[in-house]
Write a protein that binds this ligand. Structure first.
Ligand SMILES: *[C@@H]1O[C@H](CO)[C@@H](O)[C@H](O)[C@H]1NC(C)=O
Ligand SMILES: *[C@@H]1O[C@H](CO)[C@@H](O)[C@H](O)[C@H]1NC(C)=O
Length: 360
């Protein structure tokens, strides 16, 4: 059996001065149970910004869970991407390791992403852990890399592998700045793909691109996934899921600019050719026609009770507490709004996890 775990970073701006007084009493879930809103990390009191963003998870073969996120400690030392680990199904976490910049002297600053190699690849065995993240100077001026790190010891230690992409910066959202954001890794057809948000093309304030590698060391030229003709349109934040029952892929993104960051999606049989697919606005099929805005995340999971192998597409957004779910065809009128009782947050992530308590 599986259950879905939804992890959100939190952002409690009104609570900066009196944080402890503002936070809802934390639940203390039992190991391997279902729960919501379980806080396990607060920034240090002297953090430059008292928040975290882009929480991302991974489950290892031993069923432990890893979490990482973007944070803003006072520097030095240079910012790194934390790795916290849970061995009780996410009820409690403790600090485990950290992905530190080993090559740029800038720190691992933004948008970490964790991935497990589903096959032997690039000289590493199946099950090897990969981490992508954005490395940029604290000043945000002087360049930006999306970098790839690997762990051969279940996240205890990390080593630099390659630069996935480079931009000249500055690393800000100002149009014309050659910035890079939000890597998302996925294997397809013997290639590792890295999707990301790309401000380097002078024809677009921002577009969505991907690059591929067949050896983890050298990466292809960028290929468009979403690029709108209006310069100020800013599609952002690619995530992709494989729908095993249909063999199709779905990507979600926010369509900022003329669509006010409304969540959109594309489907394609070839996830290297999303550019040829038409983006569809994702709208709930409730009577209110609920529209999710900003920072979407998509997964697909098979339904263990389905003999045909069909399942469910699950989409989270930044603006809603509920998630939106759909059948495997991603029918535009099939997006059901489903309350899951979890706070909304900027760039929540989703993962199906297994637990010993419910395994057969
Ligand atoms: C967590 O552990 C790592 C590795 O031991 C260390 O570098 C880092 O400073 C620790 N983080 C915190 C918040 O204690
Ligand atoms: C919404 O879509 C779901 C399928 O995901 C379907 O079961 C449900 O009937 C739809 N609701 C409405 C009001 O159309």
């Amino acid at each position: 059996m599986h259950y879905a775990q939804l992890t959100g970073s939190f952002f409690l701006l009104p609570c900066i001065l009196t944080a402890s007084a503002c936070v809802t009493p934390n639940p203390t879930p039992a190991a391997f149970t279902d729960f919501n809103d379980n806080i396990f990390f607060f920034p240090a009191a002297n953090a430059v910004q008292w928040k975290t963003l882009y929480a991302r998870s991974l489950q290892l073969a031993d069923e432990s869970l890893l979490m990482t996120w973007e944070n803003y400690p006072a520097e030095p030392p240079l910012v790194s991407h934390p790795i916290y680990r849970s061995v009780d199904g996410g009820a409690t976490y403790s600090n485990f390791s950290s992905i530190k910049d080993q090559v740029n002297g800038w720190g691992m600053r933004f948008q970490p992403f964790l991935y497990t190699l589903p096959q032997a690849f690039g000289g590493y065995p199946v099950g090897t852990l990969l981490a992508a993240g954005v490395s940029a100077p604290e000043s945000l001026v002087g360049g930006v890399y999306i970098d790839l790190y690997v762990s051969k010891d279940s996240a205890k230690t990390w080593s630099f592998v390659s630069h996935i992409a480079y931009g000249a910066g500055p690393e800000t959202i100002t149009s014309g700045n050659a910035a890079l954001w939000e890597p998302f890794l996925m294997m397809y057809d013997g290639l590792l793909v890295c999707y990301f948000s790309d401000q380097r093309d002078p024809a677009h304030s921002q577009k969505l691109s991907h690059v591929t590698t067949n050896n983890l060391l050298t990466w292809s030229a960028p290929v468009n996934d979403v690029a709108y003709s209006a310069y100020n349109d800013r599609p952002g934040m690619t995530t992709v899921a494989y729908i095993a029952s249909t063999g199709e892929y779905i990507m979600t993104y926010e369509y900022c600019g003329s669509a006010n960051c409304a969540v959109h999606y594309k489907t394609a049989s070839n996830p290297l050719n999303f550019n040829a697919a038409t983006g569809i606005a994702l709208v709930g099929n409730d009577t209110a026609h609920t529209v999710p805005y900003g920072s979407p995340y998509v997964i697909w999971t098979p339904n263990p009770a389905s003999a045909s192998g069909s399942g469910v597409i699950i989409v989270s957004s930044g603006s809603l507490e509920p998630v939106l779910i759909n059948g495997d065809s991603a029918n535009p009128s099939g997006w059901e709004v489903l309350d899951v009782g979890q706070w909304s947050a900027y760039s929540r992530s989703l993962r199906i996890i297994t637990t010993p308590a419910v395994k057969h």
